[in-house]
Design a protein around this ligand. Structure first.
Ligand SMILES: NC(=O)c1ccc[n+]([C@@H]2O[C@H](COP(=O)([O-])OP(=O)(O)OC[C@H]3O[C@@H](n4cnc5c(N)ncnc54)[C@H](OP(=O)(O)O)[C@@H]3O)[C@@H](O)[C@H]2O)c1
Length: 244
């Protein structure tokens, strides 16, 4: 298991819930300092109270879609508050389900805002050498298997996640010369507290090893953020157990 030092500071978006929460707690257990971002302050504080080293967990309440163009400035403000960052795990996201016949522009735009535009503009801020520790900085973005195999009704979700995968490849090529790495993870179904039992029951036959757990994602994120992954950038990792 990779280990980190408290000097290594990582931004974790979506830290108030599900996969992002688990990643924040996992990195904290592994020795890193984490700055967890979400909209729900109460759930962010609950995440912090569950940490093994709560003194190394900081929380920031923020709607990442409120003013996307200013997210690079937001990163600069976080840098001034916490110091330079070693990287980020971008886990904020929404999963709209809407068939084409009733799709409206707002739904598609909402998905693009949080699943595609916000991570790109946070990456812009974090890739700025004034805000990161330089060589070894690593960013991991939660995309989805839906970017490859999309289901009915997933056009907004799948499109936004596929756009993120493509953008990360391009950004990674730009920053490889600076040894700043960027990768995507594409999980299939991960069991979180928000997974309704009837949904699990309807899908589980496709999963020979059952649904994934948030810790399965956290293990791969920690590896990709660590120096052990120092030659890996611009990649899209499907996280799955032969479900498709
Ligand atoms: N669970 C799965 O099976 C699965 C599979 C593949 C990919 N993924 C991806 O993995 C990521 C995490 O999924 P999850 O299941 O952990 O979802 P989740 O439990 O619903 O968590 C979503 C997180 O995103 C945050 N968020 C949403 N909109 C935001 C906004 N406008 N500004 C700031 N934060 C915002 C939420 O913050 P608040 O609650 O504080 O508002 C929450 O912390 C998502 O990108 C999802 O698409 C999940």
């Amino acid at each position: 298991m990779p280990t980190f030092t408290t000097e290594q500071k990582f931004i974790i978006t979506g830290a108030s819930s599900g996969i992002g929460k688990e990643i924040a707690l996992f990195l904290n257990r592994s020795g890193a300092t984490v700055v967890g971002i979400g909209r729900d302050t109460e759930r962010l504080n609950e995440m912090k109270s569950n940490a093994v080293y709560p003194e190394n967990v900081f929380v920031e309440t923020k709607d990442l879609t409120a003013n996307i163009a200013t997210l690079p400035v937001y990163i600069k403000q976080l840098k001034e508050k916490y110091g330079k960052f070693s990287g980020m795990a971008y886990c904020a996201g929404i999963v709209p389900i809407q068939p084409l016949a009733i799709t409206d522009l707002d739904t598609v735009q909402d998905a693009l805002n949080i699943n595609y535009l916000a991570p790109v503009f946070l990456a812009k801020g974090l890739a700025d050498k004034r805000n990161n520790v330089g060589a070894g900085t690593s960013m991991v973005f939660l995309s989805s298997a839906a970017a490859r195999i999309s289901d009915k009704g997933h056009l907004a979700y799948a499109g936004s996640k596929a756009a993120l995968c493509a953008a990360v490849k391009s950004m990674a090529k730009e920053y490889a010369k600076n040894k700043i790495r960027m990768n995507c993870i594409l999980p299939s179904n991960i069991r979180t507290s928000k997974s309704p039992q009837e949904y699990i029951d309807s899908q589980i036959q496709q999963y020979p090893m059952g649904f994934g757990e948030p810790q399965d994602v956290a293990e791969l994120v920690a590896f990709l953020l660590s120096k052990e992954a120092s030659w890996i950038t611009g990649q899209n990792y499907v996280l799955d157990c032969c479900s498709f």
